[in-house]
Design a protein. Sequence first.
Lengths: 329, 329, 329, 329
Amino acid sequence: MNTFGRNLRLTTFGESHGKAMGGILDGVPGGIHLDIEAILRETERRRPGRNNLVTARNEADTPEFLSGLTDDFVTLGTPIGFIVRNTDHRSGDYSEMAKLYRPNHADFTYDRRYGLHEARGGGRASARETLNWVIGGAIARQIPCMRDIHINAKVVEIGGVRGSEEELNAVVAEAMKRGDSVGAIVECVIEGVPAGKGNPVFGKLHARLAAAMMSINAVKGFEYGDGFSAAAMYGTEHADIFTTKDGRIITETNHSGGIQGGISNGMPITFRVAFKPTPTLLQDIRTVDTEGHEALLRGRGRHDACVALRGVPVVEAMAALTICDELLV
Amino acid sequence: MNTFGRNLRLTTFGESHGKAMGGILDGVPGGIHLDIEAILRETERRRPGRNNLVTARNEADTPEFLSGLTDDFVTLGTPIGFIVRNTDHRSGDYSEMAKLYRPNHADFTYDRRYGLHEARGGGRASARETLNWVIGGAIARQIPCMRDIHINAKVVEIGGVRGSEEELNAVVAEAMKRGDSVGAIVECVIEGVPAGKGNPVFGKLHARLAAAMMSINAVKGFEYGDGFSAAAMYGTEHADIFTTKDGRIITETNHSGGIQGGISNGMPITFRVAFKPTPTLLQDIRTVDTEGHEALLRGRGRHDACVALRGVPVVEAMAALTICDELLV
Amino acid sequence: MNTFGRNLRLTTFGESHGKAMGGILDGVPGGIHLDIEAILRETERRRPGRNNLVTARNEADTPEFLSGLTDDFVTLGTPIGFIVRNTDHRSGDYSEMAKLYRPNHADFTYDRRYGLHEARGGGRASARETLNWVIGGAIARQIPCMRDIHINAKVVEIGGVRGSEEELNAVVAEAMKRGDSVGAIVECVIEGVPAGKGNPVFGKLHARLAAAMMSINAVKGFEYGDGFSAAAMYGTEHADIFTTKDGRIITETNHSGGIQGGISNGMPITFRVAFKPTPTLLQDIRTVDTEGHEALLRGRGRHDACVALRGVPVVEAMAALTICDELLV
Amino acid sequence: MNTFGRNLRLTTFGESHGKAMGGILDGVPGGIHLDIEAILRETERRRPGRNNLVTARNEADTPEFLSGLTDDFVTLGTPIGFIVRNTDHRSGDYSEMAKLYRPNHADFTYDRRYGLHEARGGGRASARETLNWVIGGAIARQIPCMRDIHINAKVVEIGGVRGSEEELNAVVAEAMKRGDSVGAIVECVIEGVPAGKGNPVFGKLHARLAAAMMSINAVKGFEYGDGFSAAAMYGTEHADIFTTKDGRIITETNHSGGIQGGISNGMPITFRVAFKPTPTLLQDIRTVDTEGHEALLRGRGRHDACVALRGVPVVEAMAALTICDELLV
């Protein structure tokens, strides 16, 4: 349940306010000189506190690599173990949560699943877990089979508003001011995947991408190609006519989103991911305690008003892990 | 790639115009007296030719059970093998497809993946494969852990139109008359799943449902709870306030769709699935042949103008296989 | 539990006296023209009744291929489904077994595991299941990556006697005359596996071979290279000195059995498999019934006095499935 | 390849002379108060340098737990991440190995598999990896389903000699004096497993135990019950007659080793594991370098003259992980 992938397997651990996050990336071929700076750039992209729109928690977020690499960062083909210490506990902020179930968080369901839940900051259900994924994804992007693959995600809609980055940020800032949070849509395009990658039936490339994206905290929906819009279309509108260009068979349009029958067709792979508004609010909110008694949860501390902002590198990382898993042989 | 599930595993085979479809359902406990009629009712629901809106192909679709059962249909705990003969080949209808790539079908991608593709009727990529799933799902629903689980799917929107069954059918009939096809949305509600089922991180219940649904032919999108609508909402609107009713903790609303942190919270699990319009059209359509030369594909034969209609029992079957897999211990 | 392999996956079903045995072989590349005669030669090698030393049950044992192949037996890359009808039920022979636990059979343990057991002939625990494996292995041997791999097994010891085929057969014949059965050792050599195949730690090549061989009915032990003899040796005796021959690094001896650290070193892979005596005897034997009451099990019907004789093609088939799984990329 | 288990999954990393060893144990239920001292006792049992028969390397071998536990060591149900720093590098001892292939080590095969090998002390192929397994096994033994399970292994034969611990130690001491090493057999008995545990066909309990044991460094053979001796027996000798004792069905003898048809029958599970002599010798030995040129490998440094001595807790740990995996639901 804490392992992702088949040929390239990322297994992770860590509670948000425990000693450390970490993971094991298994299946990386030997002899690759890793660019550590490139990995740190990715962890920096998802780091809280980069600007005034995301939570101010100060995390160093620098992984320590414990295995699988020579001293000069050449991969050995053996599993790459890494950890990131959690330096900013501030567990006091979360003290009252032990007894109250925060709405739309996983406190209640973890209690029902495991008989107890980590009171401090969401524990294993915290978005801090995605730091492990960003590290794994950043390594995946450096594996030779990924050389010509380009993965780019961006926020295209916040709170129902489409527009420039400025307009989108204004929606977040306004929600933040009210102690509220807001949902968003992230769009991702993967270019360079050759035709014929993926598998039929239960291993469809888009089903794997869906599972990867639906694993991201706060994600409520996934669509590829025309997605839900295709449900409102006629077959004649949706058809991607084949044609030949420079001796290569392509489609004139890309309603299919680069995948047909679960297998890539050589066109860009396009998909969209819906993020719900962060459940943490800076307002008081009604709830119950672990005994089922009505209670008031005080809004305080820090929060991300729009998790999708930090979700962009996470979407890319999970896309990289998924695609690399398909390309590795 | 042809196996679904972890505790309850369905492995399938069969090309649409090969000798037979079939599968092996592994993990069914011993001592269950199977209701074969209930299985046949499900296969009948997805059968083509039931009314004038779905393809007229005449398929008996009656499974022969080869193992895992006593003569009086009590399960042995061993894998249940079954086959369904393909009686209606009419391969002549598909003879020209060998050389032409049908737009939005998997002919081209299978060629790139395997070096050849089954010319007759879509082969392994045909929706006929879902017959295997419906059989598997119908057995899953009879496993004791599923006794109190109710799974109900229905078409809620066709071609952008929401309305009564009559109105929806009119959209399909109109498309059919033009030799066109049309997309649709199927909604599914699963009731009775107790709180605490599912797993965190990479085994999230909604991620498994997403992968299951995205495996269905023609599906382009999946969302649960408020889904893509949540991306346009504020946190204060989306919050599911906990309360106590009859001594049980529930939520006042169900924006979350019955799952929080990947684990069921005891509320109904709700999700929606977007089907694209069937790629097969009864109109001539431009394409290329396997050499890349421009060609015209003649529209003829039979087709489903709206695959989502037959997709309803398939959605339920995959939901049943997914939920049963989580509940089985 | 009924699936073997990772890249090449064989999933099987069938009780010995049910309607049919069968399986699905998933992962075979497309475009291979299968030699069906070669498959039948292998099933013939394991067929009962070939000579007077093995059980006289008359089984046609001819698989019907239902999918994954064109009409002229070219693989499509899709799963190959096959079944073999059980034509020789004679269930009367087994009628009394429903209530008695046969010593060293799986009747008792299946009862405890599943709450019931298939009374007729061992059900799923019958050696008839290995017919599925022989079919799977015979296909595996025809996959191009296996072109230069030679797998040869033979019985090297029966009832503690080493000697010519004639001498070994005499031991079996003598046991048979007394209504007794006898154990044996099968040795297998795999030539042609290049150096560098297999995986470290929990995916060691010899651990996979061990699991494969220990899956065969009646097998009680597995050793590779010097095996248990190595436990009585000194390091100086056991060392395989490296040397160079024709520009290729080889070892002067092969105590290691072709595998070091779980990975092939290019030398022949050698292993031995211990088969216990068949538990079915043609003598009366004490036991208990399902209620725990003492009873006498009558020795009658047919039996294999030495299952290892028919085990030889099964050992080769499981070796082929294991090696092919490692070589397929 | 670095993950063991299905319900209880241990994923490990670490090269013997890298920064740290470590692992993630996933699947441990929540709410268990771990006895850390019991874990340290197990790591102490396998620690080098305990007496003068095993290598003098000084390793602290104390795990740091990074997740999955509260501050007072109660399990959270989330994955337990742990690391053990490698404090005793002494990499100089291994400097010349970079260019020479040590006979019977994995240097050559890792080179062929990954294109390079970790020169320092065996890297990932080192027996130091088994420290991770002992930690995992020690946790497994504390899971409630293991409460009545007793696992006991011991060395029963060294260099072909059976006898008292004193006599066995004398064989090792004598080999050590000559700078040689010696093989051994470890026997293990698992008591308390109820009847009906394990699975048929490809999930047989003894096949899983075999794969677990064959994963241990230097192991060349596995047998259960009568093992290879059964190959020299007649069916009448080998029969385990059922009888009833205190209202429970048992067998009068235990030739089967507690498993029939892959499923436990309630009798003690017995198996034996053959260890080869350690390949590291304190004598000069011929070999080749990575270019294939003849060379002399100098015998020096430290070594275990008989790895089986330290293998005893490793056998128990892998048995615990295997059995717990079967018992966990």
